[in-house]
Design a protein around this ligand. Sequence first.
Ligand SMILES: NC(=O)c1ccc[n+]([C@@H]2O[C@H](COP(=O)([O-])OP(=O)(O)OC[C@H]3O[C@@H](n4cnc5c(N)ncnc54)[C@H](OP(=O)(O)O)[C@@H]3O)[C@@H](O)[C@H]2O)c1
Length: 244
Amino acid sequence: MTRTALIQGGSGGIGRALSAVIRASGEFDQLIVTARDPATVGSDDPNTHAVALDLTSDTSIEEAAASVRQLTDRLHLVITTAGLLKDDALEIRPEKKLTDLNRASLMQVFDVNCFGPFLWYKALYPCLRHREALTIATLSARVSSIGDNRLGGWHSYRASKTAQNMLTQNLSLELRRTNPQAIVVGLHPGTVDTDLSKPFQSGVSPDKLFSPEQSAQYLWSVLSALTVERSGQVIDWNDQTIMP
Ligand SMILES: NC(=O)c1ccc[n+]([C@@H]2O[C@H](COP(=O)([O-])OP(=O)(O)OC[C@H]3O[C@@H](n4cnc5c(N)ncnc54)[C@H](OP(=O)(O)O)[C@@H]3O)[C@@H](O)[C@H]2O)c1
């Protein structure tokens, strides 16, 4: 049986580090890595395949899913790392208060963080509806927790990740009906030194700021120990369940 892993977002800090950890694990016969610009995936491993994917485009999602289907008819590990918090070109920045809300920013942030990942899973469904071991992990964030939110702010980022968590639980319940081995989770990587967090690192103590490689190792430990009982949860880098 050929085992295939698929990572979305291979040019990002955590996506790139996770790709390396998964390759090094030797657990998969092939690794498919997507990026908006597949040239950025940069691996000369013959068992790594780069595929172009922009999660905000239905055409791109369809074309990328067709490329995946040419490589395999079943996926065993699917990780989606897309995240949007701030984008100067698109004039998106984390909102501090109600009056900062803006429809275009809300739509874009929800598109990348929530709609895109699950429309991607829909397009991949022909490769997900098998009965073998399957783990689907979407990068979430601790700030998605409603119960843990005592600071406010970051409205669109927080809310898009909270909505993402609900779709995680829904997919978990749906796949469980046909595949008792299916596990669907959200993952919080910790605070990680990447482009996404760079503008917001000033208050973070150095021991709480992980390198992408550190975070990827922690996440791989979590993924390797997952059991079906935890499907539907959001789990942090330290294997603790984050309250909804
Ligand atoms: N860094 C942290 O401290 C931290 C904390 C909590 C949660 N997270 C979450 O961890 C995940 C990875 O973030 P990171 O820190 O590695 O950030 P990053 O280096 O900025 O990477 C962001 C990723 O988002 C992807 N992306 C953005 N727009 C996209 C689009 N339209 N279509 C497809 N992909 C798109 C990029 O994909 P391409 O490779 O295709 O460009 C890139 O891989 C995110 O979900 C983030 O919310 C990070």
